[in-house]
Ligand binder design. Structure first.
Ligand code: ZN
Length: 164
């Protein structure tokens, strides 16, 4: 099992490089990455996991959408966001127990390469859209703690310690 990197690991703050499907072994590496991401996401009981969270330098993440299906998106790009937003509590596998209220668009359209390197487009809404946006942030080196004020973060950490 691929372990999660600690929340202060520099890899979580780095922009992940594009996954290149042109080398002859690319599909083999893509398939291995799909296995590693989906396995680790299920093992840690998350609904999303980005490659850099498990120390793999690649622009790819896994999400489990609300239909129950697990998807891995390579080189994702959000191509549309609704102006309609929602504020909901989010967690992150890299920050055990921490819950933060974050405002994000309610609906998105996302383009990505599947594990065969075929470009696909998907409309996501609600928790699925939120999860994909959270994982896209990871691939740009952005963690969810940077989306709230220092005061709100301190309060959330206090609340988490009380629960523990
Ligand atoms: Zn996360």
């Amino acid at each position: 099992m691929t372990p999660l990197l600690p929340d202060n690991h520099p890899m979580l703050a780095r922009t992940m490089p594009v996954f290149d499907f042109s080398p002859s072994d690319a599909k083999q590496r893509a398939a291995a990455l799909v296995d590693a991401l989906v396995e680790a996401m299920h093992h840690h009981r998350g609904i999303g996991l980005a490659a850099n969270q498990i120390g793999i330098e690649a622009r790819a993440f896994a999400i489990q959408i609300s239909s129950g299906e697990s998807l891995v998106m390579f080189n994702p790009l959000v191509t549309w966001m609704s102006t309609d937003t929602a504020k909901l509590t989010e967690g992150c596998l890299s920050f055990t127990g921490l819950e933060l209220s974050i405002t994000r668009p309610r609906d998105i359209q996302i383009a990505y390469d599947d594990e065969e390197g075929v470009r696909r487009v998907l409309d996501l809404t609600g928790i699925d859209a939120r999860c994909a946006l959270h994982e896209c942030d990871h691939l740009d080196g952005v963690v969810f703690t940077s989306k709230v004020s220092k005061l709100r973060l301190a309060m959330a950490r206090k609340k988490m310690q009380k629960k523990a």
